[in-house]
Design a protein around this ligand. Structure first.
Ligand code: GAR
Length: 200
């Protein structure tokens, strides 16, 4: 069952997206905006990996994008400071982590408060961190899924906004299971962003 959409009467949300990889969640968000379901504007996408396919997706969608490569910074704080500067230049009011594989510091968290969201490919608090899908398979769980949560300093431990369950099927590999989790992520993230906004 697709998740419900809350009623929202405010100004369009100004979203700054952080992505490290493929960008399919970014595209799901852009499509939900285009379909008139998510009242929001993607002000820009920051990506940290020069090879990340999300760059092409952003270009196709006509969304500004900026490469901020963590390898160019001496520490996580100065990396986050560069991200904050870019997001603020774009006028972003929300930070949407969509496959963002860097750990946030207070430098990124403080300016945006509770307006930082992440999507994670497990039913948190199970299987935090990297390799969540691999961990779920190794543990032999019969149901896993995905979680949208607010970001706090402790990795993958912020307040949960929404979750979707995905059954683990016999013969599943990390790839097949992750593909089905991603289908749910794409349905879950856009309405969860709006739920986070109405919960403020
Ligand atoms: C998603 O499955 C997301 O849940 C995961 O990375 C993938 C990004 O896909 N995030 C994490 O593992 C964060 N710890 P995408 O680039 O196609 O949106």
């Amino acid at each position: 069952m697709p998740p419900d959409w809350p009623e929202y009467r405010g100004e369009p949300l100004r979203l700054g997206v952080l992505a490290s990889g493929k960008g399919s969640n970014f595209t799901a968000i852009v499509q939900a905006i285009g379909a008139g379901k998510l009242p929001a504007i993607v002000t820009g996408v920051v990506y940290n990996n020069p090879e990340a396919p999300v760059r092409e997706r952003a270009k196709e969608a006509g969304v500004p994008c900026a490469l901020i490569n963590h390898r160019d910074y001496p520490d996580r704080e100065s990396f986050d400071a560069a991200i904050v500067q870019t997001l603020q230049r774009w006028g972003a009011e929300w930070v949407i982590m969509a496959g963002w594989m860097r750990q946030a510091t207070t430098v990124l968290l403080e300016p945006f408060g509770s307006r930082i969201l992440n999507i994670h490919p497990s039913l948190l608090p199970s299987f935090p961190g990297t390799r969540a899908v691999e961990q779920a398979l190794a543990a032999g769980v019969k149901i896993t899924g995905c979680t949208v949560h607010r970001v706090i300093l402790a990795v993958d431990q912020g307040p949960i906004i929404a979750q979707a369950a995905v059954p683990v099927l016999p013969g599943d590999t990390v790839a097949t299971l992750h593909a089905r989790i991603q289908e749910q992520e794409h349905r879950l993230y856009p309405p969860a962003i709006l739920w986070a906004a109405v919960q403020e």
